[in-house]
Design a protein around this ligand. Structure first.
Ligand code: DGL
Length: 264
């Protein structure tokens, strides 16, 4: 007996690949449909109303089409704005990706942490709430960077970047009053773990970067424990708008098990 239903992962672009990779390590037996909403990209500069209207409707369509066993919203922006609405609309488990403030607060020795996300994510009440619940005794500074999202997309397309771009993104966080005490930085956008090495190289001092991806992977493994799996696991990348994909990105997708590429 086999169960062919895939796990569906969703992001505005390639960022969710940072969640797919650790999930595939734990669940190599699963099929995956990875959806990049390039037709709506970038989410981080959009309004709450735009995200709240777009994401639940699109996921409803995707679930009808691909019949997944579980959905992962591998995007902090979409999760912090629309997770509740998506869960209410879909009759299957939905795992969200929200800033990993709790593990960062547990790890910080200086009791000052940074939250690096999109502009839309860092202004969410969801982040106020996580900070109040899990980092009440920490200084929590935030910075939104649309540029870092572009840099991660460009990296996977094989385009070079200047270290100064990464330095500037970090400076937006570290140069705030109190920023000199930060020892731990939450990568609160799924695009950012894709450029964690570049960020570490550009940092003016050693910083710990906290990535929520492995925690999401464990949650997905827990929720699917004991289920049947396909006889042959497949991987497909789906884009919501036509694109000229290019060989470097195709290779990055294939390296993550996404051998087929299609447009919705
Ligand atoms: N990867 C997304 C996130 O985690 C958003 C990037 C964007 O489209 O701005 O927030």
């Amino acid at each position: 007996m086999a169960d062919d239903r895939p796990i569906l992962m969703f992001d505005s672009g390639v960022g969710g690949l940072s969640v797919l990779a650790p999930t595939r390590v734990l669940l190599p037996q699963s099929s995956y449909v990875y959806v990049a909403d390039n037709g709506g990209f970038p989410y981080g500069v959009r309004s709450e109303a735009e995200i709240a209207a777009r994401v639940p409707a699109l996921l409803g369509r995707l679930v009808e089409r691909y019949r997944p066993r579980l959905v992962v919203i591998a995007c902090n922006t979409a999760s912090t704005i629309a997770l509740g609405a998506v869960r209410a609309a879909l009759d299957l488990p939905v795992v969200g990706t929200v800033p990993a403030i709790k593990p960062a607060a547990e790890a910080s020795k200086s009791r000052a942490i940074g939250v690096l996300g999109t502009d839309a994510t860092v202004r969410q009440p969801y982040v106020d709430d996580l900070s109040a619940r899990f980092a009440a005794d920490c200084t929590v500074l935030r910075h939104g960077s649309a540029r870092l999202v572009e840099l991660a997309e460009a990296k996977l397309r094989g385009e070079p970047a200047e270290p100064a771009d990464y330095e500037a993104a970090l400076a937006g966080l570290l140069d705030q009053p109190g920023g000199e005490r930060i020892d731990t930085v939450v990568l609160a956008c799924t695009h950012f773990p894709l450029v964690a090495d570049e960020l570490a190289a550009a940092a003016p001092r050693p910083l710990s970067f906290v990535d929520g991806g492995p925690g999401i992977a464990r949650r997905v493994a827990f929720l699917t424990d004991g289920q049947l799996w396909p006889a042959i696991a497949t991987g497909e990348a789906v884009f919501t708008a036509p694109l000229d994909i290019g060989e470097p990105l195709r290779a990055e997708l294939a390296a993550r098990g996404l051998d087929a590429v299609s447009v919705l």
